[in-house]
Design a protein around this ligand. Structure first.
Ligand code: ZN
Length: 268
């Protein structure tokens, strides 16, 4: 009888823990000693867990839970929040050696992910996409950081269903000629993107450089490793970042504070 109930409680204990591979997106303080860690699981789901004692000096757990690291995490089901019981760095998972510029870029990507991902909603492409983007930030030169970030934002919003119309009118589908040097195209954030002259009369639009839309389209369809071959300059990348900021803030419904920092920091 004793053995049986022990077996039962052992199984219950097993059912209450689970292991995930995840990317650390955000850390918030909880009380004096603990952290709430927000993570993007490999399934694309948002997972939150309490790392108890992680704010004590010299905590090994805290060192592994640095922002943007990819970690293998064991969690125990809790009544409100799950509890992080073990953390190991995944192979090539350490991204905590970022400099200021890389961290500023990664923060914008992390803020978007924290906004578009949800607990219990599987979006499996997001994890690999982000992991490759963070790897590109670590490996490529500083002249590519803004381009990598712009690409990540365009790819992430497109992958979660908010892809802007870039090459054709969002209302009537007429192709938009982006090859005219110096051309400006009406763009409606609320209606879905690039807009032809005739439909622009019925949509709330602002003007965007045609080149910015062409770059956004190029970034959407270029692998991170190939971004340097686009020979896109930082100013063009910031054009796309600025457009994406308006786009994200409208469609995701939150202010992208980390992007404000990106524009105002003077790092680029
Ligand atoms: Zn139209």
């Amino acid at each position: 009888m004793m053995a049986k109930s022990w077996e039962l409680s052992k199984h219950m204990a097993i059912d209450k823990t689970y292991k995930i591979q995840a990317l650390v997106l955000r850390k918030t303080k909880l009380g004096e000693r603990d952290l709430i860690v927000t993570m993007l699981a490999s399934s694309g789901e948002l997972v939150r867990g309490v790392a108890k004692g992680a704010r004590k000096p010299g905590s090994a757990m805290a060192a592994r839970l640095e922002l943007f690291n990819v970690v293998d995490v064991m969690l125990a089901k809790g009544r409100n929040l799950d509890v992080v019981t073990d953390v190991r760095l995944a192979a090539d998972g350490a991204h905590n050696a970022y400099g200021l510029e890389q961290a500023a870029c990664a923060s914008a990507i992390a803020e978007l992910l924290a906004a578009v991902c949800q607990e219990g909603l599987s979006q499996p492409r997001l994890f690999d996409l982000t992991r490759v983007a963070l790897g590109a930030l670590a490996e490529q030169g500083s002249d590519q950081y803004a381009q990598i970030t712009a690409a990540a934002l365009v790819k992430i919003v497109s992958s979660v269903g908010f892809r802007p119309s870039l090459l054709e009118c969002q209302a009537c589908g007429t192709p938009i000629d982006l090859d005219v040097a110096g051309a400006r195209v009406p763009f409606s954030v609320s209606e879905g993107g690039a807009t032809c002259a005739s439909c622009s009369r019925e949509s709330e639009c602002f003007f965007v450089e045609a080149q910015t839309l062409a770059w956004a389209h190029a970034l959407l369809f270029t692998r991170f490793a190939d971004i340097p071959s686009l020979e896109m300059d930082v100013t063009s990348a910031f054009g796309v970042l600025s457009l994406m900021k308006s786009w994200i803030e409208f469609h995701v419904g939150r202010s992208m504070k980390s992007m404000n920092y990106l524009f105002a920091s003077g790092l680029f």
